[in-house]
Design a protein around this ligand. Structure first.
Ligand code: FBP
Length: 550
């Protein structure tokens, strides 16, 4: 495999870890825990794993003697920078437990466990992947582990390989399923511990005990670098408005973090749109007003950040999409027989008057995307809806109206460029923060296995301090759960963390955005630095810094 100069140099990087993980370690048990809400229901569903205490690892003078342990690992869901370091941390951690411990990776996600596809991860393989981006060491997948049939099938291969602990690296849904699996294996006395690790670039798996999901730091830094470059470009030519959509299927954490890093002219936060019950027209009018104000002041250029999940947070669009889903689920065949050119009119005819009006106002391409692209559950795949084009087109129409009213300079032309940044950031070489954080999460997971825990998520906190002061331990997954309606049924799930409008990062953004809209106060973060002064290389996200007031 040919390697870049950076890859070669980076392979030698030794992740920084909390000092409590360096020598002999002992477990400190905290108080029993409760779920975030619905404790009675959750306790009933998780009799074996409910109420356990939060634990933390502390330095110890004595070494505990352990037997070798065979461990399985699964990467679940979308890629996030640092996954390979989690695996390297688990590997080194279980080798410290006992040099004869072995690590097995299940191929292409949870499906690998069910289908018995695996490989042993030896030190040669692990060394090839230290500090690299991507999940390609074993691959990832989105198969959901949720039925007892799957759990039993998985147990067959775990028993065959003598695996007594499984680490599932995933987002909120995968960790929910890890908890269900831990409970099931505990109930049937399977002799298999299950530990989760918090992953997702979206940043929406976080709470009091999990301060960040890994990958969020690197992905946001990659996006902020390129947005910064675009801002410098648009401030140089002064002729384009850039509409930039950023990944984040649901929560707007990525857009907010990038806004805090680059100080764009506009950033839309989906959670705010929903809370204020705003319509698509409200968003369009807001952007167009800023465009007109800037043009009048001689600044006919700018940047707009748009979170990927926006469309589902606009209440009126949500209602439209729900009616479209229902209609197409029942009339799919009939709809497909209609000539492509007549489909739009057909839908306009079928919808209720209010939804029909909204649908009619959408540009042709977006209207089509809403009727064509559906996932296996029959829902619109929001990531395929080109919100950046939708807004650019609608704002252009609105600017034209403003021009006709003399509220936008007659000599100016409103020109747009559209971008979508998502996949570019998901497999980037992990920043020092993610390299250190991920390795520590993996090493901590090994510690949880060594101390016999199951149903826990690996937790590393205090990460705005130097790594030596980070706090490593474990949090019972049931502590993060509540009951939510999913596909018509009440289910125990880890609460998804959306952007909090009363949280410090959003408040900081909200206090600055009106200034950023009219001035050109761009910040150009530049590329992630892996070698150099700590204030350049080791800074956590602005979100974390603001949350922890550092
Ligand atoms: P996870 O929640 O599994 O980490 O994935 C998040 C994400 O990167 C979203 O930001 C994006 O909408 C989605 O994955 C894209 O999924 P896919 O990789 O299947 O296209």
């Amino acid at each position: 495999m040919t390697k870049s100069a950076l890859q070669i140099a980076r392979a030698a990087y030794e992740p920084k870890v909390p000092k409590t993980l360096k020598g002999y370690v002992r477990v400190k048990e905290g108080e029993p825990t409760q779920s975030v809400s619905d404790p009675d229901e959750i306790k009933k569903l998780f009799p074996n794993t409910y109420g356990m205490s939060v634990i933390r690892f502390e330095e110890s003078d004595t070494k505990t003697a352990y037997n070798p342990v065979n461990v399985g690992v699964i990467l679940s869901g979308g890629q996030a920078p640092g996954g390979h370091n989690v695996i390297a941390g688990i590997f080194d951690g279980i080798k410290d437990i006992h040099p004869e411990s072995r690590l097995f990776g299940f191929i292409l996600g949870p499906g690998g466990l069910v289908n018995h596809e695996y490989m042993e991860l030896t030190s040669d393989i692990i060394d090839e992947y230290r500090n690299t981006g991507g999940f390609d060491i074993i691959g990832s997948g989105r198969t959901k582990l949720e039925t007892e049939e799957q759990f039993d099938k998985g147990l067959e291969i775990l028993k065959k390989l003598n695996i007594s602990a499984l680490v599932i690296i995933g987002g909120d849904d995968s960790n929910t399923n890890a908890c269900v699996l831990a409970e099931y294996y505990a109930r049937i006395n399977a002799g298999v511990q299950v530990i989760g690790c918090p992953k997702t670039i979206d940043g929406d798996l976080k709470n009091e005990m999990i301060e960040a999901s890994f990958g969020f730091d690197t992905a946001c830094k990659v996006y902020s670098e390129v947005i910064g470059n675009i801002q410098r470009d648009c401030n140089s030519a002064r002729k384009y408005w850039h509409f930039i959509k950023l990944m984040g299927r649901s929560a707007s954490h990525i857009a907010l973090e990038c806004a805090l890093q680059v100080q764009p002219n506009i950033c839309i936060i989906s959670e705010e749109i929903e809370a204020k019950n705003q319509s698509l027209d409200d968003i369009v009018n807001y952007i167009a007003d800023v465009v007109a104000k800037r043009a009048t002041a001689g600044n006919n250029f700018g940047t707009v950040l748009i979170p990927e999940g926006l469309i589902e947070f606009i209440p009126a669009m949500k209602t439209l999409m729900a009616e479209l889903n229902d209609y197409l689920a029942l009339n799919d065949e009939e709809f497909k027989r209609i000539k492509r050119s007549a489909q739009r009119e057909h839908i306009i005819d079928k919808l209720s008057p209010e939804n029909s009006r909204i649908y009619k106002s959408l540009p042709e391409t977006v209207a089509r995307q809403l009727t064509l692209d559906r996932d296996p559950h029959g829902n619109v795949q929001v990531s395929l809806i080109e919100t950046e084009k939708l807004l650019a087109e609608m704002v252009a129409n609105r600017v034209e109206e403003l021009k006709n009213k003399g509220k936008y300079p007659q000599k100016d032309k409103f020109s747009t460029q559209v971008h979508f940044f998502g996949y570019e950031g998901r497999c980037a070489a992990p920043s020092n923060y993610d390299a250190d954080y991920c390795y520590s999460l993996g090493y901590t997971a090994a510690g949880l296995i060594g101390s016999g825990k199951t149903g826990y998520m690996s937790s590393v906190r205090n990460t705005t301090a130097p790594a030596s002061e980070w706090i490593a331990g474990g949090v019972p997954i049931t502590m993060m759960m509540n009951m939510e309606r999913r596909h018509g049924e009440m289910k125990p799930v880890i609460q998804k963390a959306l952007v909090k409008l009363d949280g410090a990062p959003f408040k900081e953004f909200a206090s600055k955005r009106d200034t950023w809209a009219v001035t050109t106060d761009y910040v150009y973060p530049g590329p992630i630095q892996y070698f150099g002064p700590t204030e350049v290389c080791d800074q956590p996200t602005k979100t974390l810094q603001i949350e922890q007031k550092k």
